[in-house]
Design a protein around this ligand. Structure first.
Ligand code: NAP
Length: 436
């Protein structure tokens, strides 16, 4: 089918959509438009730096990027270099794969104190995302609290307590690795407002806490329920059972001589950040569960700490000119279809949940919508018009071969066991491409 398609966003959802289009619409002309010079979205900027196996999905995406019919347009910001309206005029189809890059905000008193960060910013910082390099959190503290019982909370805690030799095998940028290696952090608290059954950790990630050479996971056995209530659905029940088993193993563990501790705390709702200008602690209210909801009991508990990271979920930014569902934090859509010619995939479609491959079916679904909406293909010029427009505006496009040059330099600069030493600054990337 001849049709011109612009996919905005080069993370997993964007690449899965491109892949589905290539497989099902032979003559589709597909352009992936990305704000950063570098591709792969969450794979590069979200997946933990010590999860290099997960990052290998980029090899598959590279194969997609090199397919006939697809072009990568890096360093193009929609809204700055070209507008969404212009893209919709130029292309038959626009697919939004823009993710949910912002933090769900912690709104308790004191959350504006120095030393309190959202997980998007904190993870972005240690992953070398150009937007968050400046965050430079103070890690010269003894204890850190991570709020939330999801996989992002686990990622953050694990990276903070990993050994220096473990970090040396990651692609942490040198500034983050140096700050973590120099940090005296001994205790990290991972705090959930509900219980172990309701925790959203996946079990492989939870069990990984047992593999840390310098840190022991700690759980109070009194927090572990003796049985899983009947009303927990089968899928959640299987996960809860595995997690309970793992947490039970943590509770029986002898921490031995390991110098660091990852404390798992449950039934604790954050109510106030304590301290002066800087965070000095956090107050939690003990909770009990009613119909699955955390209800405060009035009993308070303080944890002294110099760093708080709220890993309480992400949210999408509204797109000017498009409706926005404030509650779900998505653009309202019908199985990915916003209207004829405009579709959504990934977290902007579903909200911030699931693993990387959860976005794959979204691409397949959108291809079905496109086939139904454009039975005779499309007619708009697409790429030639975009190139004309960007040329008129003197925008420097970073093509896929440019990215490969950046990637080669990242590999070249890597020290010893590091997989790469990332560029973390857009000007430095552009200077490298200009040979400066
Ligand atoms: P998440 O799984 O939705 O977890 C968010 C956590 O924050 C929940 O425990 C939630 O508790 C808690 N929370 C929300 N609002 C809160 C508040 N106001 N006060 C206290 N706690 C609050 O989100 P995530 O960890 O950001 O992960 C996002 C998605 O990425 C997930 O699907 C995750 O599995 C995925 N991911 C996967 C991996 C991996 O596979 N290795 C790694 C990272 C992320 P309630 O349940 O009580 O709401």
């Amino acid at each position: 089918m001849e049709i011109s398609v612009a996919i905005i966003g080069s993370g997993p959802a964007g690449f899965y959509a491109a892949d589905a289009l290539i497989k099902n619409a032979d003559d589709a002309q597909i352009d992936i438009i990305e704000r950063l010079p570098t591709p792969y979205g969450l794979i590069r900027g979200g997946v933990a730096p010590d999860h290099q196996t997960t990052k290998k999905v980029a090899i598959k995406f590279e194969k997609t990027a090199l397919k006939d019919g697809l072009q990568y347009f890096g360093n193009i910001e929609v809204g700055r270099d070209v507008t969404l309206e212009e893209l919709r005029e130029i292309y038959d189809v626009v697919i939004l794969a823009i993710g949910a890059p912002a933090d769900r905000v912690l709104t308790i008193p004191g959350s504006d104190k120095i030393g309190v960060h959202g997980s998007a910013a904190f993870v972005g910082w240690y992953n070398g995302h150009p937007d968050f390099v400046e965050l430079a959190p103070d890690l010269n503290v003894d204890a850190a609290v991570v709020i939330g019982n999801g996989n992002v909370a686990l990622d953050i805690a694990r990276v903070l307590v990993r050994s220096s030799s473990g970090r040396a095998k990651t692609d942490l940028p040198n500034y983050a690795r140096g700050a973590m290696d120099a940090s005296p952090i001994k205790d990290v608290y991972i705090m959930g407002r509900r219980g172990p059954i309701e925790a959203k950790f996946t079990n492989v990630e939870l069990r990984e806490m047992l593999d840390l050479t310098e840190c022991a996971p700690i759980v109070d056995a009194a927090d572990l329920p003796e049985f899983i209530p009947e009303n927990v659905e089968n899928r959640d029940r299987r996960l809860a059972k595995k997690n309970l088993y793992t947490l039970c193993a943590f509770s029986e563990l002898d921490p031995g001589a390991k110098p660091k501790r990852a404390h798992f705390g449950f039934y604790a709702m954050p109510v106030e950040i304590l301290g002066g200008e800087r965070v000095e602690g956090i107050r939690f209210e003990r909770t009990k569960l009613e119909d699955g909801h955390a209800i405060g009991t009035g009993e308070m508990m303080d944890i002294p700490c110099g760093l708080v990271v709220a890993a309480i979920g992400y949210r999408a930014d509204p797109v000017p000119g498009l409706p926005y569902d404030e509650v779900k934090g998505i653009i309202p859509n019908d199985k990915g279809r916003i209207e004829k010619g405009l579709y959504a995939v990934g977290w902007i479609k579903r909200g911030p949940s699931g693993v990387i491959s959860s976005s794959r079916p979204d691409g397949v679904e959108v291809v079905e919508h496109i086939a139904a909406d454009f039975p005779n293909g499309g007619k708009k010029a697409g790429r030639t018009k975009l190139l004309e427009l960007l040329n008129e505006r003197a925008v420097r496009i970073v093509h896929f071969e440019d990215w490969k040059k950046l990637e080669a330099a990242e590999h070249h600069r890597a020290e010893q066991a590091q997989p790469r030493q990332k560029f973390t600054d857009i000007d430095a990337m552009m200077d490298h491409l200009e040979g400066k």
